[in-house]
Write a protein of this length. Structure first.
Length: 424
């Protein structure tokens, strides 16, 4: 059996997990998959990490040329994250004919076309199972197992940090900022949590997942994005009364006029939906295929060994290929607009604070009525001379809701529109 030379770019959390799996599972990978993996070089400047993992220091350096110039290195796994120097290094490796395996969702979502061009030119493979939902094998499910279906919808909880925060707010009746602070103390959330809590991480993953699901390149700027930082425990509590759980969802849908709708935002889902049972830092992706119906994949979306297991799966898979395949899309990046829907339709939960006076509900309802927005139910909770009123709206266009809210906010009986949450 010939050896497959591998290089690791970085020995952080996922790089370290990958190293440990390649070492611990070396014999079983060789026996079960016929691939003899030899780690030939590691790029890492932190020698503490190198020592902690018991890596032979003679294969460690900070110079990418050591990887490029070794003809025995066939596969390069990248763990730097962010755009640079990851992107330049990866392109260099691909052009040199080395297959690249990466977990770097931001770089992949933004520069997929550029990376794929370099891969084709170098006749190298480009694999990214670990970029979305960590250890959950969603990429290969989409690329290799859905040929008998047109995917109608892909909807997921693809960020563990936000799911942890929302689950804790719901289970313990806590406010967002208190849970975030605690999560940061425990190391579950980053010191700068923006990428997770404002939905950027989910947006990158949705760009990749929906591009594969709909065979249409979905650039990140086509994705509507809203995070969880303005969610209050009051809304989570009201949602419970309606039988709903609040989740940060990444949603890709094919619309009835054959366009693609892509959005990341907090949403209420019925407690009966399988995604409602996904708690804590777990992730899950629900797919609706026109023939198979519903599928759901569930598991750990982050962590050294879960994400490392996806990287190792790509390394083994890549080593087994005689010829690498490249993803093809219906559109090109220069003309994507006609493929995307601009104004999506949803049900809505709207909470406002109003004066407790006769005719208040009538004046608000008349705005909805004039704009042909249909109300599903109204619930009111009195607080002295004020009240919270919650309108649940039937399916309506986002643009109509925005128009209604700008008129409702101007009504003298309405003190504030406190929250607008979509219902899936
Ligand atoms: N920060 C991500 C999460 C994991 O919280 O799920 C890496 O994408």
């Amino acid at each position: 059996m010939t050896k497959t030379g591998v290089a690791l770019l970085g020995l952080g959390t996922v790089g370290g997990g990958t190293y440990r799996i390649l070492k611990n599972n070396y014999e079983s990978i060789k026996l079960n998959y016929g691939v003899d993996i030899e780690i030939r070089h590691i790029i890492e400047k932190d020698m503490k990490k190198v020592q902690e993992l018991g890596v032979d220091g003679s294969i460690v350096s900070c110079d990418i040329e050591n990887v490029i110039n070794d003809p025995e290195i066939k596969i390069v796994a990248e763990f730097f994250g962010g755009i640079e120097p990851a992107k330049s290094y990866i392109i260099k490796c691909l052009l040199a004919g080395k297959t690249v395996v990466t977990a770097n969702k931001e770089m992949f979502a933004k520069y997929w076309h550029e990376l794929q061009r370099a891969a084709k030119k170098g006749r190298a493979g480009l694999y990214f199972e670990a970029s979305c939902v960590g250890g959950v094998p969603i990429i290969r499910t989409l690329t290799e197992s859905m040929q008998g279906n047109n995917i109608l919808c892909i909807m997921g909880i693809v960020n563990g940090t936000t799911n942890y925060i929302l689950s804790k707010m719901a289970d313990e009746g806590l406010e967002y900022k208190d849970v975030l602070k605690e999560a940061q103390k425990l190391g579950y959330a980053e010191q700068d949590p923006t990428a997770d809590v404002e939905g950027y991480d989910s947006m990158y993953k949705l760009s990749i997942l929906s591009s594969l699901a709909f065979h249409t390149r979905v650039p990140v700027d086509k994705i509507y994005r809203e995070g969880i930082s303005s969610i209050s425990k009051t809304d989570i509590e009201f949602g419970k009364r309606f039988g709903y759980t609040l989740k940060l969802l990444a949603i890709g849908k094919r619309t009835h006029d054959n366009k693609i709708e892509v959005r990341v935002h907090p949403a209420f889902i019925s407690n009966k939906h399988p995604l409602a049972a996904v708690k804590g830092s777990f992730n899950a992706v629900h797919i609706l295929g026109d023939n198979v119906g519903d599928i759901m994949l569930y598991g750990r979306g982050a962590g050294d060994l879960p994400t490392g297991s996806a990287i190792v799966s790509d390394i083994v898979y890549a080593a087994q290929q005689r010829k690498h395949e490249y993803t093809s899309f219906r559109n090109t990046l220069s003309s994507p607009s006609k493929y995307f829907s601009k104004d999506f339709e949803c049900e809505y939960y709207i909470r406002m604070t109003v004066k407790d006076l006769p005719g208040v509900i009538a004046s608000v309802s008349s705005v909805f009525g004039r704009l042909k927005i249909s109300i599903n139910s109204i619930q009111q909770e009195l607080m002295g001379d004020k009240a919270y009123v919650i309108f649940m709206l039937h399916k309506t266009h986002e643009s109509a809701v925005k128009k209604a809210m700008s008129q409702i906010e101007k009504l003298s009986v309405v003190e504030s529109v406190d929250s607008i949450i979509r219902v899936e």
